[in-house]
Design a protein around this ligand. Sequence first.
Ligand SMILES: *[C@@H]1O[C@H](CO)[C@@H](O)[C@H](O)[C@H]1NC(C)=O
Ligand SMILES: *[C@@H]1O[C@H](CO)[C@@H](O)[C@H](O)[C@H]1NC(C)=O
Length: 346
Amino acid sequence: LLLLLARLPPPAPSPHPAPLPAAAPAANRTTAPVSSTTRRPTASSSKAPEAPPHTDKAAAAAGPAVGAAGGARPVLTRELYVAGHETPHPELCPALGARLRLVLLVTSAPAHRAARDAIRLTWGHFAQRSDVALGFVLGAPPAALRPAIAAEDALYGDVIVGRSVDSYSNLTLKTLSMLEWMDSYCPRAPRLLKTDDDMFINVPRLLQFAAARANETMTIWGKVVRRSLPKRTTRSKYYVPPLQFPGKVFPDFATGPAYLLTADAVRPLLVAAPGTPYLRLEDVFVTGLLAQRLGVRRRAAAEFYNKKVAPHPCAVQRGVAIHMVRYHEQFDLWRKLLDGKTKCAS
Ligand SMILES: *[C@@H]1O[C@H](CO)[C@@H](O)[C@H](O)[C@H]1NC(C)=O
Ligand SMILES: *[C@@H]1O[C@H](CO)[C@@H](O)[C@H](O)[C@H]1NC(C)=O
């Protein structure tokens, strides 16, 4: 069956978002996320070089807002983020997560049905465990996709739809939507994996990884990028206007395709985001800027490849997260994860 599935043609539109440029223009004022505490903006973007070239005029457009006095000021995250979820699915997290060891939340774009299906048919099966939960987190879809999303959700019940408009520039808002969901519906689960819909996750290995670090607090594990410089040329896909981030060097951050965080970091991140200038690079924003300010440790873990790797069964079995996985590749990796015939060292 797996082989048959693996031969199904449909390549998924490749998901993983490269970082988007700038924040949307200031115009949309929206409700602030969770309660009224100050939040800070986030910017994250995976700097995956292999990410598709979504060009972003928005980046440059993400310019400053003009204050009442006429002076330019950065757009704060609370001006863009719309709190709440259209389909929260609290049942995905029974007892508020008290019996869970791990929550897997996968950011996905409304159009990426095939990518979600590939995950459901492969590593998503681990969500059948009583101690693992899985959900897909989408932004508000365009009207044309609403019926399809509703039908998909009726079938699987795992599509969590937020209220900020789904777009590349809004990736940071999608991550905040994910954190808000954890805080509201799953606050007792100890660990959250944030990942994307073009990722292969080795869930048993991740559970081991988490168990070996069960006493850690206020920590993010993943592929950590150190001393990365903001792009200051407006032509860059990763352009960051000085108003959004005036510093010379980004704080160390964990790249967006997959990172694991301790649950005690969720609320502080969520609270810090609204009052912070919006940064479209979700990983830089959440795991860099906010995490640094809050004293959340960023720990490098070699198991988070967060890139495409030659899919040898031993590499698949040793790693936690592989990036740039297309539809049919999910099935190949799944088979290799379960491969009991190849002898691997250790
Ligand atoms: C981002 O989300 C906000 C809130 O829903 C929306 O007003 C804005 O248009 C979105 N930006 C883009 C570029 O889609
Ligand atoms: C966590 O702390 C407890 C109590 O100190 C200890 O027994 C346990 O071995 C620790 N677990 C890990 C994974 O370090």
